[in-house]
Design a protein around this ligand. Structure first.
Ligand SMILES: *Cc1c(COP(=O)(O)O)cnc(C)c1O
Length: 463
């Protein structure tokens, strides 16, 4: 056919839809989306023709069908994909923070795919509270009298301040007016909750008498916020929790302690210091203690609230509880995670966050050397060397402390470090590392051993 008018010889959507290769696509994907993809490809061809390109036989129904199928496949790919985390950052907020224990993932899956006694007491057959699933475990692990849980620690902060302090003043040290990230700032949270922020002290020094001088009949609480993601060093002074509690008792004002990261076991064993334990906070007499479920605890995203029964009851009666409460999958995963902690040895073995942090350096070195050897053997890899390094824990915790690490530094023969990183991000599963001095750095601590083969395969197909 002569192409006197190339536009006129373009196939129609119906022509393209009739191409035999597309019938299997039609079996899997909605026709509407396929039609959309064909239209998009046709529009592209028209643009090219308009720009004067000679498409000479390239704009056939078959060619367009293939292009449309590729476009559609890309379009319907899930947005959330598996990632192999080779950054060494155990709690990588952009990668979903804590990977959950198998028991927790199983519990979430079971809860998701069936029915469960979410709000039903199986003994009495009567309605119960969904919080019963975690109350006893949190109390046991923290020593608190009562407990409840919401969607995250940000929500916990809002609901605690609202339920206990709305319309009244809350005293906070200026050294603790933190921004956790993503515009979650204590002063803003205070405003949202309807409590009035009463700042005392200075950035570096706050003394007990600063708190005491600020207490009035309108004071609803003394709030301590753990400086999870920063440290104030040098000429500094803050008030120990026990002193704050004594002051609160004297004036009949409750103390709220936002411990943030929610370590349930002492992180000193991993060589980190300064992470408060919820248990210590309860023992020191804090009336309400808040912490995250998916930071150092290593569970699902959640905000745990432990404390005196009267306070917990008020919090649960707050109308926001309905909006902030956990769904069945998260609750199931949270309960399973908490139960692992009933036996510390089991938690260390089964909670991935703890297991990764507890991996001996010699073991990391062995894994890095093994990975380096496999990568170096790939055609297209110029060099792959195991070297010792340092890494951060992440997740807005332990900001000033690194842990020793072993990494593999990879250099491709013909691909730049940035291009290699891009291809690895596009790979399925995606692989995320770090870039340094023109090399791709893969930290083995956060790579599950079962993912090592997939990691090597991803690099092999990206160079
Ligand atoms: C992380 C953190 C929060 C916010 O917790 P999310 O669970 O991320 O909402 C609040 N307070 C402190 C002190 C924190 O460290």
């Amino acid at each position: 056919m002569s192409d006197a008018n190339p536009f006129r010889s373009l196939p129609s959507v119906t022509d393209v839809l009739a191409v035999p290769d597309l019938q299997s696509v039609l079996a899997d994907e909605p026709r509407e989306l396929l039609v959309e993809a064909i239209r998009a490809e046709l529009a592209l061809v028209r643009e090219r023709l308009k720009a004067g390109e000679n498409l000479d036989g390239q704009a056939t129904a078959e060619v367009l069908a293939q292009a449309a199928a590729a476009r559609l496949r890309k379009q319907v790919e899930p947005k959330l994909r598996r990632v192999i985390n080779a950054t060494g950052i155990v709690l990588h907020t952009n990668l979903g923070r804590a990977p959950m224990a198998d028991a927790a993932a199983d519990a979430a899956r079971d809860a998701a795919g069936g029915y469960l006694n979410l709000e039903l007491d199986l003994e009495t057959g009567k309605r119960s509270s969904r919080q019963d699933a975690i109350r006893e475990w949190v109390c046991r692990l923290t020593g608190a009298e009562a407990a409840t849980a919401v969607n995250n620690n940000a929500a916990a902060t809002v609901i605690v301040l609202r339920a206990l302090c709305q319309g009244k003043e809350v005293i906070v040290s200026r050294g603790q007016l933190v921004e956790i990230g993503g515009s979650f700032r204590i002063p803003d949270i205070m405003a949202v909750s309807g409590a009035v922020l009463r700042e005392v002290g200075t950035t570096n020094i706050t003394r007990l008498r600063d708190y005491e001088a600020a207490i009035t009949p309108n004071t609803a609480a003394l709030l301590q916020v753990h400086c999870s993601n920063y440290r104030v060093r040098g000429f500094t002074e803050s008030v120990p929790l026990a002193d704050l509690v004594a002051l609160g008792r004297k004036h009949n004002v409750p103390v709220i302690d936002d411990v943030g990261s929610g370590a349930l076991i002492d992180y000193a064993r991993f060589g980190f210091d300064g992470e408060p334990l919820a248990r210590d906070s309860v023992a020191a007499g804090a009336d309400v203690v808040l912490f995250s479920g998916d930071k150092l605890m290593g569970g699902p995203q959640a905000g745990l609230i432990a404390g005196a029964r009267a306070h917990i009851q008020r919090i649960e009666k707050d109308p926001l509880m309905r909006a902030f409460r956990l769904d069945k999958m998260t609750l199931a995963a949270l309960e399973a995670t908490l139960r692992l902690y009933l036996d510390e040895g089991r938690a260390l073995r089964d909670v991935p966050t703890l297991r990764m942090l507890a991996t001996p350096l010699a073991e990391l070195e062995r894994r890095a050397r093994r990975l380096a050897e496999q990568l170096a053997a790939l055609p297209g890899v110029a060099s792959a060397d195991a070297v010792s390094d340092v890494a951060f824990v992440g997740g807005g915790s332990l900001p000033d402390q690194t842990c020793p690490a072993w990494v593999v530094e990879v250099k491709a023969a013909d691909v730049s470090d940035e291009e290699l990183a891009l291809r690895l991000r596009r790979h399925q599963p995606a692989v995320l590392g770090r870039l340094r001095d023109g090399k791709l750095v893969l930290d083995v601590r956060t790579v599950f051993e079962a993912q090592e083969a997939a990691l090597v395969a991803a690099v092999a197909s990206s160079i």
